[in-house]
Design a protein. Sequence first.
Length: 524
Amino acid sequence: METLARQTLPDDIEALKDLVIEQQAVYLAALKEAELQLAKYEEERRVDRARRFGASTEAGDLQANLFDEAEAFKEAVDDTADETDADVVEVAAHSKRRPKRKPLPKDLPRVVVTHKLDESDKCCPCGCEMRIIGEKVSEQIDVIPAQVYILEHHRPTYSCPKCDESIKTVPMPVQPIPKSVASPGLLAHVAVAKYADGLPLYRQSKQFERLGIDLPRNTLARHMIKVGELIEPLIEALTEHIRGYDVMQMDETPVQVLKEPGKVARSKSYMWVMKGGPPDHQGIVYHYDPTRAQGVPKQLLDNYQGYLQTDGYAGYNAILTQDDIIGVGCWAHVRRKFMEAKKALPKADQNKGNRVNQALAFISKLYQLERRLKDKDPETRQRNRQNEAVPVLNKFKAWLDKQSVPSTTYLGKAIQYTQGQWPRLGIYLGDGRVSIDNNGVENAIRPFALGRKNWLFSDSQGGVKASANLYSLIETAKANGLNDYAYLKYVFAELPRISNDETATLLPWNIDPEMLSRQLNKPS
């Protein structure tokens, strides 16, 4: 604000009044701007504090319990209780049944340990010797560190006893990695440990070293790249399966690749994830790309027709302009925006009847309905959504249109985001197969995000592409109820033996789970 010199002030009283009023308006505008800026900084400080020290409604439970698992679960299964126990625990105002231990798998090998009384203890006080009249059986789990087998392939050589000219040696069965010491079982073990359990290769190398086996990290890395290339035809079949169904979810997450042409090591690349297919045959495909550009989803969704559910990222805008693709919004992202607005409030105001909680109450009603309809068929789900969710959405839209909130505040950003996404947020009401949010594909990303915290980066493009393929198979196997280790072991053994036309027979829904279970503990 400019300083007024005395000699520049007018002598006329009316002119002075006008000048005072004008300066007051300038001062009040500057004060209002400063107050808005201060409120913005205060909101950002509270949100940052909540992110760093507060519990997240979506990820907090998982993250918080990583280091206090022994104390965290008040209703954990009582491991000391007999599996037939079903104690009733009295609680104020009601009684509840204590969770009981699940029976141990019957197909695991068993070692019978028989305990006997000492001879001196068998003597009854009356003088007679006690006899066995029955027994009690209890079970414990015992673990032997990974059993490692050496498969010796003995291949006889035959010759003709008469002419001694014809000599034949039994050919070596085709292997996933020719001339390698790695069997399908070893490759599956390493892949599941890294991509499902988040165990980096250098730690696995240390584990093998304790067993007396020399498998350096770079050797294991080459193995993963080789099997990643091996399963490429199966990933293509899986991708076609997902594109062949008209409901799909899509998301992306950063990944760092050290050796990329034309990029520095600190640059971000991206893992794009697609989830789709019929409800009983869900497929998940990871795709690596150096960029987050609009051309990536256009390439991945070539010839796709149907619903595409994403968050509000603008990179999907180009693909969503196509007539044969219907964009579906995500209510979970809307809820997160208003949850951030709630965290931006002073603590004393977070649970009051303010506008943030009014918006969250509307969203909560939508999710309450979805929880009730979770196990219903698509037709029933669609019908109930029309009857119950549509009125809630109409009231919420009317409420949004009445709000006048600065767009610089977290509440203003949440309202602006919701209004911008509104045309897509109601699409799920028209088809019971479509989800209310994009959480399905986000849940598929979580194993990758957890692994990324352990192995931090990929060294090369070949490595990250192999990782994408292996994540795709593992997560698809889990989504279809298969044992991921048994499935990978079977795929690595069978894929080299079949033709490209038969590749689709190895997709998870074409595999008998009982057959995998029978082969689980057998050498490759």
